[in-house]
Design a protein around this ligand. Structure first.
Ligand code: ADP
Ligand code: ZN
Ligand code: MG
Length: 476
């Protein structure tokens, strides 16, 4: 039988507020362990939570960007369980009455563009971070715990089971990441854990409607891992079914070294978290006017921007996607395009050398001046510098922030066309290449190009070829 994979994602996003969701402790990443903690985030008795206004604002903004129905009333509940990363032995989360219901994200899949529906979006607090000895939960003899992260605001986003391959899950997550970057609510870095994803996956006979028995895959630390793990897990399940075996509900761990999922625990029944409304927190009430004001303030989102740029600059889909990958890059491109009219050339430089140099130096596009790139392209267009020099200057400009014109002056990188500089080189090349000289004198025009090429190489392309041609003809 042919099977189809069915995948639903549970995504956690750390909101980039300065302080935690229920206390004033800092959320700064990378601080000395257990220094950003107070009695409140350690769960000591007698402390009371106070909701962070900014965390709510970010959550509402993200939910609106995801087309969700943001609720006028939502309720914080205690999710009770015991685990060392949870000092209070309960996590404040939202259960029966989440911040938002529904919503969707439109994604361009290889099979075409499609809406992926969401089930809900809610606010909760982060747990602490366990650091397992030897870095593997499977073999650690002990674990350390850092409560700095406990209480960082988290947004949970749950999709409907509407994705059908590892590739689709990855594309969905990448689109989600771009969207959240545009809204500015999180830095959304999978590698640093500010974007995390657990994936539920089951199989069903291709073309049928129901849902099969699922496993939940954890430890997905990169987009690539999401794709690989889900493809692996779909095949693992299919192999069991093909063998006449039976599947059971389970939690799996993705082993990124072995490139395999490992069943960690069989789920006998749903965990009972004894949810109840947190008596220390009143319901979160949001006025319609507040929600509508937040909707008004949403920036132009990636999909609209991609489309607008594609149309106004006549770009291919890939070019538009590349230029709008981040809001900063799209802003950069549009600012440069205001004063530089050769769009084709601009697109090529931005998506080629500029993006490469930004990545190399770890900078964002808003740390570079669009006017400087325009200056560089104008120097190139005017013939004051050649292409290899322009590429070199771009790298230098990104690294140091010094303007291309200044760099040309400082380093004498401009075109060489004066006779005093060129003549000695011409004479040297004539002396060193008697065969070519002879050939030229016998009427072989090609030999002249060879000689000119020699001087070009000596000057790393900076000599003016027309002037060289003239000088060689004169000398020979
Ligand atoms: P839980 O109670 O374990 O949190 P939910 O019903 O809330 O489970 O679903 C969690 C995620 O699992 C959602 O993204 C949902 O789309 C997905 N999901 C639920 N059932 C299945 C299934 N049979 N196959 C694949 N994904 C599923
Ligand atoms: Zn605190
Ligand atoms: Mg759930």
């Amino acid at each position: 039988m042919k099977y189809e994979a069915v995948i639903g994602l549970e995504i956690h996003v750390e909101l980039q507020t300065r302080s935690k969701i229920f206390c004033g402790c800092s959320t700064a990443f990378g601080a000395e362990p257990n220094t950003n903690c107070c009695p409140g985030c350690l769960g000591l008795p007698g402390t009371l939570p106070v909701l962070n206004r900014r965390a709510v604002e970010y959550a509402v903004r993200a939910a609106l960007a995801l087309n969700c129905r943001v609720q006028g009333k939502s309720v914080f509940a205690r999710k009770n369980y015991f685990y060392p990363d949870l000092p209070k032995a309960y996590q404040i989360s939202q259960n029966e009455q989440p911040l938002a219901w529904g919503g969707y994200l439109e994604v361009d899949f290889p099979t075409g563009s499609r809406r992926v529906n969401l089930q809900r979006v809610h606010l909760e607090e982060e747990a602490g971070k366990l650091i397992h000895a030897g870095d593997s939960i499977m073999s650690a003899a002990y674990s350390l715990v850092d409560y700095n992260r406990a209480g960082v605001p988290l947004l949970e986003i749950v999709t409907a089971p509407e994705l059908h391959s590892g590739r689709e899950a990855r594309l969905f997550l990448e689109e989600l990441r771009t969207l959240l970057l545009y809204t500015g609510v999180s830095d959304v870095k999978m590698e640093e854990g500010s974007l995390r994803c657990d994936a539920n996956i089951s199989l069903r006979p291709a073309g049928s409607a129901g849902l099969g028995i699922r496993t939940e895959v954890k430890n997905l630390n990169s987009f690539r891992a999401v794709e690989q793990a889900l493809n692996y897990e779909a095949e693992r399940q299919a192999a069991i079914l093909a063998d006449g075996g039976e599947l059971f509900t389970a939690t799996c761990h993705w082993d990124d070294n072995r490139k395999a999922t490992v069943v960690m625990r069989k789920k006998e029944e749903a965990a009972d978290y004894r949810y109840f409304p947190d008596p220390d927190l009143p319901p979160l009430i949001l006025e319609r006017s507040y929600i509508e004001a937040m909707r008004e303030q949403l920036p132009e989102l990636p999909r609209e921007r991609r489309q607008r740029l594609r149309e106004s600059f006549n770009l291919s889909d890939d070019e538009a996607a590349m230029l709008t990958a981040t809001r900063e890059l799209a802003d950069f491109f549009e600012a440069a395009a205001e004063s530089y009219r050769d769009y084709r050339n601009l697109v090529n430089w931005v998506q080629g050398d500029l993006v490469y140099r930004l990545r190399e130096s770890g900078k964002r596009a808003d740390e570079i001046s669009p006017a400087m790139l325009v200056e560089l392209l104008e120097l190139l267009d005017a013939g004051e510098i050649n292409r290899p020099v322009a590429k070199e200057l771009l790298a230098e400009m990104v690294k140091s922030g010094v303007s291309p014109r200044k760099l040309v002056q400082q380093r004498g990188l401009g075109k060489i066309s004066d006779q005093e500089s060129l003549l000695p080189l011409v004479e040297q090349v004539i002396a060193e290449n008697p065969d070519a000289v002879e050939n030229y004198r016998k009427g072989k025009e090609k030999a002249l190009a060879f000689l000119v090429g020699k001087v070009m190489a000596m000057t790393r392309g900076r000599a003016d070829p027309q002037e060289l041609n003239r000088l060689f003809r004169e000398k020979l």
